[in-house]
Design a protein around this ligand. Structure first.
Ligand SMILES: Nc1ncnc2c1ncn2[C@@H]1O[C@H](COP(=O)(O)OP(=O)(O)OP(=O)(O)O)[C@@H](O)[C@H]1O
Ligand SMILES: [Mg+2]
Length: 297
Protein backbone atom coordinates (compact mmCIF):
# COMPACT_ATOMS: atom_id res chain seq x y z
CA UNK A 1 0.00 0.00 0.00
CA UNK A 2 1.43 3.32 -0.91
CA UNK A 3 0.91 6.87 0.22
CA UNK A 4 -1.32 9.03 -2.00
CA UNK A 5 0.05 10.15 -5.35
CA UNK A 6 2.66 12.82 -4.70
CA UNK A 7 2.26 16.31 -6.13
CA UNK A 8 5.28 15.91 -8.37
CA UNK A 9 3.64 16.18 -11.78
CA UNK A 10 5.94 18.98 -12.83
CA UNK A 11 9.10 17.16 -11.73
CA UNK A 12 11.13 15.19 -14.26
CA UNK A 13 10.90 11.38 -14.26
CA UNK A 14 14.20 9.54 -14.38
CA UNK A 15 14.89 6.25 -16.13
CA UNK A 16 16.86 3.44 -14.40
CA UNK A 17 20.61 4.03 -14.47
CA UNK A 18 20.24 7.77 -15.09
CA UNK A 19 21.83 10.14 -12.60
CA UNK A 20 19.54 10.68 -9.61
CA UNK A 21 22.14 12.80 -7.78
CA UNK A 22 24.61 15.03 -9.64
CA UNK A 23 27.09 17.15 -7.73
CA UNK A 24 29.48 19.36 -9.71
CA UNK A 25 32.29 21.46 -8.30
CA UNK A 26 30.82 21.60 -4.79
CA UNK A 27 32.53 23.97 -2.36
CA UNK A 28 31.45 23.87 1.31
CA UNK A 29 32.87 26.03 4.05
CA UNK A 30 32.35 26.81 7.70
CA UNK A 31 34.04 30.20 8.19
CA UNK A 32 37.69 29.62 7.21
CA UNK A 33 37.33 25.84 7.21
CA UNK A 34 36.88 24.37 3.72
CA UNK A 35 35.21 20.97 3.92
CA UNK A 36 34.61 20.33 0.19
CA UNK A 37 36.59 21.93 -2.61
CA UNK A 38 35.50 21.07 -6.16
CA UNK A 39 33.70 17.85 -5.18
CA UNK A 40 32.00 15.89 -7.98
CA UNK A 41 29.67 12.92 -7.46
CA UNK A 42 27.13 11.05 -9.55
CA UNK A 43 24.66 8.55 -8.08
CA UNK A 44 22.73 6.43 -10.57
CA UNK A 45 19.09 5.58 -10.23
CA UNK A 46 18.51 2.16 -8.61
CA UNK A 47 22.00 1.68 -7.15
CA UNK A 48 23.12 1.30 -3.54
CA UNK A 49 26.05 3.70 -3.24
CA UNK A 50 28.27 3.62 -0.16
CA UNK A 51 30.18 6.75 0.91
CA UNK A 52 33.31 6.28 2.99
CA UNK A 53 35.95 8.65 4.33
CA UNK A 54 37.76 9.54 7.52
CA UNK A 55 35.96 11.09 10.47
CA UNK A 56 35.44 14.78 9.75
CA UNK A 57 36.05 14.26 6.01
CA UNK A 58 32.68 15.87 5.23
CA UNK A 59 30.30 12.96 4.69
CA UNK A 60 27.43 14.24 6.84
CA UNK A 61 27.95 17.77 5.52
CA UNK A 62 27.62 16.38 1.99
CA UNK A 63 24.38 14.63 2.94
CA UNK A 64 23.03 17.84 4.48
CA UNK A 65 23.94 19.68 1.27
CA UNK A 66 22.18 17.10 -0.90
CA UNK A 67 18.93 17.50 1.02
CA UNK A 68 19.08 21.29 1.12
CA UNK A 69 19.91 21.72 4.82
CA UNK A 70 23.26 23.33 4.02
CA UNK A 71 23.74 25.94 1.34
CA UNK A 72 26.84 25.29 -0.81
CA UNK A 73 29.51 27.98 -1.15
CA UNK A 74 30.06 27.00 -4.78
CA UNK A 75 29.08 24.45 -7.42
CA UNK A 76 25.80 22.80 -8.27
CA UNK A 77 23.72 20.06 -6.63
CA UNK A 78 20.98 18.34 -8.60
CA UNK A 79 18.83 15.70 -6.90
CA UNK A 80 15.96 13.99 -8.76
CA UNK A 81 16.55 16.44 -11.58
CA UNK A 82 16.04 19.49 -9.36
CA UNK A 83 18.66 22.14 -8.57
CA UNK A 84 18.25 21.82 -4.79
CA UNK A 85 19.68 25.15 -3.81
CA UNK A 86 17.63 27.17 -6.27
CA UNK A 87 14.37 25.29 -5.67
CA UNK A 88 11.91 26.62 -3.15
CA UNK A 89 8.27 26.46 -2.21
CA UNK A 90 6.24 23.91 -4.10
CA UNK A 91 9.16 22.52 -6.08
CA UNK A 92 11.20 21.87 -2.91
CA UNK A 93 8.21 20.33 -1.16
CA UNK A 94 7.64 18.11 -4.20
CA UNK A 95 11.20 16.85 -4.26
CA UNK A 96 11.48 16.45 -0.45
CA UNK A 97 8.63 13.99 -0.42
CA UNK A 98 10.44 11.81 -2.95
CA UNK A 99 13.34 11.08 -0.58
CA UNK A 100 13.72 9.68 2.93
CA UNK A 101 16.52 10.36 5.39
CA UNK A 102 17.94 8.35 8.27
CA UNK A 103 20.21 10.81 10.09
CA UNK A 104 23.37 9.85 11.97
CA UNK A 105 22.15 8.88 15.44
CA UNK A 106 18.55 8.32 14.33
CA UNK A 107 17.14 11.68 15.43
CA UNK A 108 13.68 10.50 16.51
CA UNK A 109 11.34 12.85 18.37
CA UNK A 110 11.66 11.67 21.97
CA UNK A 111 8.28 12.99 23.10
CA UNK A 112 6.38 11.22 20.30
CA UNK A 113 5.40 7.56 20.13
CA UNK A 114 6.91 5.27 17.51
CA UNK A 115 3.75 5.55 15.42
CA UNK A 116 3.72 9.37 15.67
CA UNK A 117 7.39 9.49 14.67
CA UNK A 118 6.75 7.44 11.53
CA UNK A 119 3.62 9.45 10.80
CA UNK A 120 5.41 12.82 11.01
CA UNK A 121 6.49 13.02 7.32
CA UNK A 122 3.01 11.93 6.20
CA UNK A 123 1.42 14.66 8.31
CA UNK A 124 3.80 17.21 6.88
CA UNK A 125 3.54 16.23 3.22
CA UNK A 126 0.09 14.67 2.73
CA UNK A 127 -3.51 15.54 3.55
CA UNK A 128 -4.43 11.95 4.46
CA UNK A 129 -6.87 11.39 7.34
CA UNK A 130 -5.29 10.59 10.72
CA UNK A 131 -6.65 7.03 10.81
CA UNK A 132 -5.10 6.18 7.43
CA UNK A 133 -1.81 7.76 8.45
CA UNK A 134 -1.79 5.58 11.59
CA UNK A 135 -2.39 2.44 9.51
CA UNK A 136 0.32 3.39 7.03
CA UNK A 137 2.73 4.08 9.89
CA UNK A 138 2.13 0.58 11.29
CA UNK A 139 2.66 -0.89 7.82
CA UNK A 140 6.01 0.87 7.50
CA UNK A 141 6.89 -0.39 10.98
CA UNK A 142 6.24 -3.95 9.79
CA UNK A 143 8.31 -3.33 6.62
CA UNK A 144 11.18 -2.24 8.85
CA UNK A 145 10.88 -5.57 10.69
CA UNK A 146 9.24 -4.47 13.95
CA UNK A 147 6.15 -5.93 15.62
CA UNK A 148 3.01 -3.79 15.87
CA UNK A 149 3.14 -3.76 19.67
CA UNK A 150 6.03 -1.25 19.71
CA UNK A 151 3.87 1.30 17.92
CA UNK A 152 2.75 3.09 21.07
CA UNK A 153 6.12 3.04 22.84
CA UNK A 154 8.40 6.07 23.11
CA UNK A 155 11.91 5.95 21.57
CA UNK A 156 13.49 5.81 25.06
CA UNK A 157 11.71 2.49 25.65
CA UNK A 158 13.40 0.85 22.66
CA UNK A 159 16.81 -0.76 22.14
CA UNK A 160 19.32 0.96 19.85
CA UNK A 161 18.63 -1.53 17.06
CA UNK A 162 14.88 -1.00 17.34
CA UNK A 163 15.35 2.77 17.20
CA UNK A 164 17.32 2.37 13.95
CA UNK A 165 14.44 0.36 12.49
CA UNK A 166 11.92 3.01 13.56
CA UNK A 167 14.12 5.67 11.94
CA UNK A 168 14.20 3.53 8.79
CA UNK A 169 10.39 3.12 8.91
CA UNK A 170 10.10 6.91 9.12
CA UNK A 171 12.57 7.35 6.24
CA UNK A 172 10.42 5.12 3.99
CA UNK A 173 7.13 6.64 5.20
CA UNK A 174 6.46 8.44 1.93
CA UNK A 175 7.52 5.55 -0.36
CA UNK A 176 10.66 7.41 -1.40
CA UNK A 177 12.60 6.86 -4.61
CA UNK A 178 15.80 7.84 -2.85
CA UNK A 179 16.96 6.92 0.63
CA UNK A 180 19.77 8.73 2.48
CA UNK A 181 21.34 6.75 5.32
CA UNK A 182 24.04 8.14 7.64
CA UNK A 183 25.86 5.29 9.43
CA UNK A 184 22.78 3.04 9.63
CA UNK A 185 24.55 0.07 11.24
CA UNK A 186 26.77 2.00 13.69
CA UNK A 187 26.26 0.71 17.21
CA UNK A 188 24.38 -2.44 16.19
CA UNK A 189 25.59 -5.89 17.21
CA UNK A 190 26.94 -8.03 14.31
CA UNK A 191 23.72 -9.98 13.84
CA UNK A 192 21.58 -6.86 14.07
CA UNK A 193 23.84 -5.09 11.56
CA UNK A 194 23.65 -8.02 9.13
CA UNK A 195 19.86 -8.09 9.38
CA UNK A 196 19.72 -4.34 8.85
CA UNK A 197 21.92 -4.62 5.73
CA UNK A 198 19.66 -7.34 4.36
CA UNK A 199 16.61 -5.21 5.04
CA UNK A 200 18.08 -2.22 3.19
CA UNK A 201 19.02 -4.37 0.19
CA UNK A 202 15.56 -5.99 0.15
CA UNK A 203 13.83 -2.61 0.35
CA UNK A 204 16.07 -1.32 -2.41
CA UNK A 205 15.30 -4.31 -4.64
CA UNK A 206 11.58 -4.46 -3.82
CA UNK A 207 10.86 -0.75 -4.06
CA UNK A 208 13.42 0.12 -6.76
CA UNK A 209 15.02 2.47 -4.25
CA UNK A 210 18.27 4.30 -4.82
CA UNK A 211 20.28 4.27 -1.60
CA UNK A 212 22.99 6.78 -0.61
CA UNK A 213 24.62 5.25 2.45
CA UNK A 214 27.39 6.77 4.56
CA UNK A 215 29.14 3.99 6.45
CA UNK A 216 32.31 2.86 8.17
CA UNK A 217 31.07 -0.71 8.15
CA UNK A 218 33.21 -2.74 5.76
CA UNK A 219 30.83 -5.68 5.90
CA UNK A 220 28.00 -3.43 4.67
CA UNK A 221 30.17 -2.24 1.79
CA UNK A 222 30.86 -5.78 0.67
CA UNK A 223 27.34 -7.05 1.36
CA UNK A 224 25.03 -4.49 -0.19
CA UNK A 225 26.69 -1.72 -2.19
CA UNK A 226 26.84 -1.59 -5.97
CA UNK A 227 29.51 1.13 -5.87
CA UNK A 228 31.48 2.96 -3.21
CA UNK A 229 32.53 6.63 -3.33
CA UNK A 230 35.56 7.69 -1.30
CA UNK A 231 35.87 11.19 0.12
CA UNK A 232 39.40 12.38 0.93
CA UNK A 233 41.26 15.67 0.54
CA UNK A 234 37.92 17.55 0.25
CA UNK A 235 36.93 15.64 -2.92
CA UNK A 236 35.52 12.34 -4.09
CA UNK A 237 38.76 10.61 -5.07
CA UNK A 238 37.19 7.41 -6.45
CA UNK A 239 33.78 5.89 -7.19
CA UNK A 240 33.79 2.20 -8.10
CA UNK A 241 32.59 -1.25 -7.06
CA UNK A 242 34.31 -2.27 -3.84
CA UNK A 243 36.38 -4.96 -5.59
CA UNK A 244 37.83 -2.34 -7.95
CA UNK A 245 38.65 -0.02 -5.05
CA UNK A 246 40.75 -2.83 -3.57
CA UNK A 247 43.13 -2.25 -6.51
CA UNK A 248 43.35 1.53 -6.04
CA UNK A 249 46.71 3.21 -5.62
CA UNK A 250 45.31 5.99 -3.43
CA UNK A 251 47.06 5.76 -0.03
CA UNK A 252 43.90 6.30 2.04
CA UNK A 253 41.96 3.72 0.03
CA UNK A 254 44.80 1.20 0.23
CA UNK A 255 44.99 1.59 3.98
CA UNK A 256 41.21 1.36 4.30
CA UNK A 257 40.61 -1.74 2.21
CA UNK A 258 43.93 -3.52 2.55
CA UNK A 259 44.51 -3.05 6.26
CA UNK A 260 43.73 -6.12 8.40
CA UNK A 261 40.01 -5.32 8.68
CA UNK A 262 39.59 -4.69 4.98
CA UNK A 263 41.32 -7.94 4.09
CA UNK A 264 39.18 -9.87 6.58
CA UNK A 265 36.02 -8.36 5.09
CA UNK A 266 37.22 -9.31 1.60
CA UNK A 267 37.92 -12.89 2.74
CA UNK A 268 34.52 -13.18 4.43
CA UNK A 269 32.76 -11.83 1.35
CA UNK A 270 34.53 -14.04 -1.18
CA UNK A 271 35.38 -17.07 0.95
CA UNK A 272 38.99 -16.87 -0.25
CA UNK A 273 42.02 -14.93 0.88
CA UNK A 274 42.86 -13.89 -2.68
CA UNK A 275 42.91 -10.17 -2.10
CA UNK A 276 45.69 -7.96 -3.35
CA UNK A 277 48.91 -7.58 -1.44
CA UNK A 278 48.58 -5.82 1.92
CA UNK A 279 49.05 -2.09 1.80
CA UNK A 280 52.40 -0.60 2.64
CA UNK A 281 51.92 1.68 5.64
CA UNK A 282 50.93 5.13 4.36
CA UNK A 283 52.67 8.20 5.66
CA UNK A 284 49.43 9.37 7.23
CA UNK A 285 46.68 6.85 7.98
CA UNK A 286 42.94 7.47 8.03
CA UNK A 287 41.69 9.42 11.00
CA UNK A 288 39.12 6.74 11.56
CA UNK A 289 39.56 3.02 11.09
CA UNK A 290 37.13 0.96 9.05
CA UNK A 291 34.87 -1.11 11.25
CA UNK A 292 34.45 -4.87 11.24
CA UNK A 293 31.69 -6.66 13.03
CA UNK A 294 32.29 -8.81 16.06
CA UNK A 295 35.47 -6.90 16.90
CA UNK A 296 38.68 -6.51 14.88
CA UNK A 297 40.07 -9.68 13.40
N1 LIG B 1 27.57 23.18 11.75
C1 LIG B 1 28.90 23.17 11.64
N2 LIG B 1 29.64 24.24 11.98
C2 LIG B 1 30.99 24.25 11.86
N3 LIG B 1 31.70 23.19 11.39
C3 LIG B 1 31.02 22.09 11.06
C4 LIG B 1 29.59 22.02 11.16
N4 LIG B 1 29.19 20.79 10.74
C5 LIG B 1 30.32 20.13 10.40
N5 LIG B 1 31.41 20.91 10.58
C6 LIG B 1 32.79 20.52 10.29
O1 LIG B 1 32.85 19.99 8.98
C7 LIG B 1 33.75 18.89 8.93
C8 LIG B 1 33.03 17.70 8.34
O2 LIG B 1 32.04 17.25 9.25
P1 LIG B 1 31.11 16.00 8.97
O3 LIG B 1 30.12 15.96 10.07
O4 LIG B 1 30.61 16.07 7.58
O5 LIG B 1 32.14 14.79 9.10
P2 LIG B 1 31.88 13.27 8.79
O6 LIG B 1 32.70 12.90 7.59
O7 LIG B 1 30.44 13.00 8.72
O8 LIG B 1 32.54 12.57 10.08
P3 LIG B 1 32.03 11.31 10.99
O9 LIG B 1 32.54 10.08 10.26
O10 LIG B 1 32.75 11.51 12.28
O11 LIG B 1 30.56 11.37 11.12
C9 LIG B 1 34.23 18.68 10.34
O12 LIG B 1 35.52 19.27 10.46
C10 LIG B 1 33.26 19.40 11.21
O13 LIG B 1 33.85 19.92 12.35
MG1 LIG C 1 29.06 12.07 9.95
Amino acid sequence: MSVSAPATDSLPDLAPGEPIIEVRGLVSRFAEHTVHDGLDLTVRRGEVLGLVGGSGAGKSVLLNTLIGLKQPDGGQVKVLGVDIHRAHGREMDGVERRWGVLFQGGALFSSLSVRENIAAPMREHTALPTSIIGELADLKLAMAGLAADVSLLKPAELSGGMRKRVALARAIALDPELLFLDEPTAGLDPIGAEQFDKLIRELSDAMGLTVFMITHDLDSLYAITDRVAVIADRKIVATAPVRELERSDHPWIREYFLGPRGRAAHTDATGADDGPEPAAAPERGPERRPERRGGAR
